[in-house]
Design a protein around this ligand. Structure first.
Ligand code: FES
Ligand code: FES
Length: 928
């Protein structure tokens, strides 16, 4: 057999020969082409992911002659005669194969977008060092970013790869809930076969590329678009607002919809699309957007809340007076009188900035027109919402639109909004050819939604024995140029800004304010993490004034089953906040002692601190319907089809919903075939957001499973006590001494193609809020508390988080491994928000300048799962996705105050801000 070097010698000019995964290949490619591109496009090895094309994310890591490299930084010409190993080839390495198994067993792959790069980097380590320590593992994976897991489970998986044997995947019937099952979609994530948005497109697809405004606000005029197409062979069309056949106005909340696919005459933010070019892939990719015929006239822009609210400010949307999109309000009791009578009061003003979602997978997908229908396959958190918006844009009925979600390489809220979908739909619709679109990292950052910057002012009061009396909270949120989820943030924050405490007198007023900046939307918590940063620091100030232990202050004021919330809701049961705080108590006391000893005995610049913060978060929409419908069908072969439309964005709903359904039916989980997300074949399970899928879709799955069980029992005339056994081609029902058998092959099929189909819908019971925000906004809340232990270098202003202990009331831990994964990932995002992450539109629009935590930034995380069951949730379960991120940042900021006595008015607490605050404090000003 010829060696790759011999093959290269024989290859024609322009051909490059090398070995990939032990196979000799020859590709015809420009020597300057990126190896990542050659692997994915020429060889179909799409397991290698592209997150940035700039060497920043490590998603594209492959082995080149056994050494890990970023394939996006290696030119094709450099690999001639060399050996490349991708994730698809890791099975050939004993270390790689063990790692894949260990990643599954430890829940180390969530969305899976970073997983190939992580596995490859870890394989390189283990092939040289079979027993690495934690530091060596962190170093080895340090160049690969993960936005989901918080790295702990990845580190654990690498450390344990030597010892991992097999892990149970299929418990007996009725025993799935509560088990640490391997995620059902996990194998594809570790072997590289998972299909993300950019991984698939019909052969011959054209490429779509948006032309975007380079200014925060600009008027524009097109030149000769026909001439441009004519002069550029390979470009087939240019699309603009004139090409939108339906209504050119979409938005996630219909009454506030305000966003056009393409700006009309004036672009309202930097990154807004004004046109799209469609053509052959190489031509479109090589196009210099500066050559596109458009003339810009930069206009004065409103770049912050003050400018937007200033009297006489230009209205960004003509019908929104004062640039206020919407206001939120919750009022209870008499806050002014209570504050006037309070023994102790504290007040503060806090600011947070834009935070970028920074999922590793940029937005991508393809579309094709099929007669009078359009099909879009793309990464999304909300297929049915996409369907309805695309139907509006195209001016066709929703049934004519099919949305097929791919695996989602992280979403965290931003992939609830449309991104590539309208461009793809319009291009495929007009050209009648399949088209694909992949956002670059910069395009993703400049054009997709962010966490809302917040400016919050608040004042709280309590009695001298520590009982909270009142909180007065007011906040403005910078919602950017379009509405997106601004109304949700403005409505949700007033309900939550009290924290999980009994506050008898309360006023929370919010505004979402338009500016000429990138739209702010949904990001894990919908504004509640920002509010918690303010409120939890203020409550520490109250406790300090009282001379009271900060944790005991929280326990004293924690909500109980029978105390009303600030909207007057009395939950009756399932309020696990006190239990969460109490679970921290022994660790808190020990940590306080250790901090005191360290600070007393240690000379030099280092000071330690410990902080605590609590949180609550309502699962699902605020006082609005948000039903999920699940269908299950008994097949003739004895298997069970589970149609659930909840998109798994890495959090694990594919597995958790199946666990719930399996136990409701009392069938083994390996009997289930999952059918997820496709609007043509799954009922609507709503959007994956607001921590609603375990609760809402899980409940619907529980109901559908129970109904199928009842239907089988009815068909066999058996009692409820009977046991059902699913076998190949038949179902056997055992009832005392009687056995009934359903020979499935003999039974007729229903309209869905099943022997028996059941379908159930669950919509959480809530009530509208009145003019003072009183009512029942959520049927279920999740509760939790975090404790952060940190070390501050007072000379450099750097903060190192040593440990986070996270206690969460999850109602029932359906899959503890997946829940821990959510907590650890939430802690990492909270750490980023507290210490390093702030996006400035127009600056640092890449993953080099915009920093997210890497493996080296991550502390140890101890998760404590509290199970105070929800009376409504499936098996008592509550959500955890958003809950996990909320208390981390305030706990860290409280620890910072504990360590060095400063409160930062503005987060993140970057070293320059911390250092400046320390210096100011030394001069007597304790607020940065
Ligand atoms: S895609 Fe190569 S480092 Fe990000
Ligand atoms: S699992 Fe690492 S980025 Fe999603």
């Amino acid at each position: 057999m010829a060696t790759t070097r011999e093959l290269q010698a024989e290859a024609d000019t322009g051909a490059i020969a090398f070995s990939v995964n032990g196979r000799n290949v020859v590709v015809t490619s420009s020597p300057q082409q990126r190896l990542s591109r050659v692997l994915r496009e020429d060889l179909g090895l799409t397991g290698t992911k592209v997150g940035c094309d700039a060497g920043d994310c490590g998603a594209c890591t492959v082995l080149l002659d056994g050494e890990p490299v970023c394939a996006c930084l290696i030119a094709a010409g450099q690999i001639a005669g060399h050996e490349v190993t991708t994730v698809e080839g890791l099975q050939r390495s004993p270390a790689g194969a063990r790692l894949q198994q260990s990643f599954l067993a430890h829940g180390a792959a969530q969305c899976g977008a970073c997983t190939p790069g992580m596995l490859v980097a870890a394989t390189a380590l283990l092939e040289k060092n079979s027993a690495p320590n934690e530091t060596e593992v962190m170093d080895a994976i340090g160049g690969v970013l993960c936005r989901c897991t918080g790295y702990r489970k990845i580190i654990g998986a690498v450390l344990a790869a030597q010892s991992t044997a097999t892990t149970e995947t299929s418990p007996v019937a009725g025993d799935a809930v509560g088990r640490r099952l391997i995620r059902l979609d996990g194998k594809r994530k570790v072997d590289g076969s998972e299909i993300f948005g950019a991984d698939e497109a019909p052969t011959g697809s054209l490429a779509v590329r948006a032309i975007r405004c380079p200014y925060h606000r600009a008027r524009f005029q097109f030149g000769d678009l026909d001439g441009f197409v004519h002069d550029h062979p390979g470009i087939q069309a240019v699309l603009t607002a004139k090409d939108v056949p339906g209504k050119d106005c979409y938005g996630v909340i219909l009454p506030f919809a305000d966003q056009p696919v393409f700006a009309h005459n004036e672009a309202r933010y930097r990154g807004e699309a004004v046109a799209a070019v469609v053509g052959e892939v190489d031509i479109v990719e090589a196009l210099d957007p500066a050559l596109f015929p458009v003339a810009w006239e930069e206009l004065p822009a409103l770049k912050n809340i003050d400018a937007a609210l200033a009297p006489g400010a230009v209205r960004i949307h003509a019908h929104r007076e004062g640039n206020v999109l919407v206001c939120g309000r919750v009022v209870r009791g008499d806050v002014d009188r209570a504050l006037a009578g309070a023994d102790i009061t504290a007040e503060g003003e806090y600011e947070t900035g834009f935070v970028e979602h920074a999922y590793i997978e940029p937005e991508a997908g393809f579309a094709r027109r099929v007669g009078d229908r359009i099909e879009i396959q793309a990464c999304t958190q909300s297929p049915y919402m996409d369907r309805s918006d695309i139907a509006t844009i195209l001016g066709i009925r929703p049934e004519k639109v099919r949305i097929i979600p791919t695996a989602v390489g992280g979403g965290f809220g931003s992939k609830l909004d449309l991104s590539v979908q309208p461009f793809l739909a319009l291009a495929a619709w007009h050209l009648g050819k399949p088209v694909r679109m992949v956002y670059s990292r910069t395009e993703s950052i400049i054009s997709t939604t962010k966490r809302h910057p917040a400016r919050m002012r608040l004042r709280a009061g309590c009695t001298r024995d520590g009982k909270l009396l009142a909180l007065d909270f007011a906040a403005d949120f910078n919602t950017g140029a379009y509405s997106s989820w601004g109304p949700t943030v403005a409505a949700r924050v007033p309900v939550h800004a009290s924290g999980p405490y009994y506050v008898p007198h309360y006023r929370a007023l919010t505004r979402a304010v338009h500016t000429n900046l990138v739209p702010a939307g949904a990001f894990r918590g919908f504004g509640v993490p920002q509010a918690a940063i303010a409120q939890e620091q203020l409550y520490d100030d109250l406790a300090d004034q009282l001379g009271m232990d900060r944790l005991e202050f929280r326990i004293l004021n924690a909500l109980d089953d029978d105390t009303p919330t600030v909207t007057g809701q009395v939950m009756g049961e399932g309020v696990g906040i006190r239990a969460s705080f109490e679970a921290l108590r022994p660790k808190w006391q020990a940590a306080r002692k250790q901090v005191f000893e360290f600070n007393s005995k240690t000379a030099g610049p280092f000071r330690r601190g410990v902080g605590v913060a609590g949180m609550w978060y309502g699962c699902g929409n605020t006082s609005l319907p948000n039903p999920s419908t699940v269908r299950i069908g008994l097949k003739r072969d004895g298997r069970i089809a589970l149609h659930q439309g909840a998109v798994d964005i890495g959090q694990g709903s594919n597995t958790i919903v199946a666990q719930i359904c399996a136990d409701a039916l009392r069938a083994p989980i390996d009997r289930f075939d999952l059918i997820s997300g496709d609007t043509a074949i799954t009922p609507d399970c709503g959007k994956t957001s607001a921590s609603r899928q375990t609760f809402v879709t899980g409940k619907a799955a529980h109901m559908a499973g129970t109904q199928l069980r009842d239907a089988i029992l009815a068909q066999t005339k058996s009692c409820a006590c009977a046991s059902i056994h699913f076998e190949d081609g038949r179902v056997t029902v055992q009832e005392k001494n009687k056995t009934h058998t359903l020979a499935l092959g003999d039974l007729p099929l229903d309209e869905h193609g099943y022997v028996i189909t059941t379908e159930a819908t669950f919509d959480p019971p809530t009530s509208p809020l009145d003019k003072d925000g009183q009512g029942l906004p959520y049927a279920v809340f999740g509760f939790g508390a975090h404790m952060a232990e940190i070390e501050v270098d007072t000379e450099l202003g750097t903060v190192r988080v040593l440990k986070v202990t996270a206690a969460h009331d999850v109602g029932r831990a359906i899959n503890p491994t997946l829940i821990e994964g959510q907590i650890e990932g939430g802690v990492a995002q909270g750490l980023g928000m507290a210490l390093m992450e702030e996006f400035f539109p127009g600056k640092g629009e890449n993953l080099h300048d915009y920093l997210i935590p890497s493996a080296g930034d991550i502390p140890s995380v101890e998760s404590i799962l509290i199970e105070d069951p929800s009376p409504i949730g499936p098996f008592g379960a509550k959500g955890i996705g958003e809950q996990a991120v909320i208390p981390t940042a305030p706990a860290i900021l409280n620890a910072l105050h504990d360590a060095v006595g400063i409160r930062l008015r503005k987060v993140p607490a970057t070293p320059d801000r911390v250092r400046a605050a320390i210096l100011a404090a030394a001069k007597g000003d304790r607020r940065g």
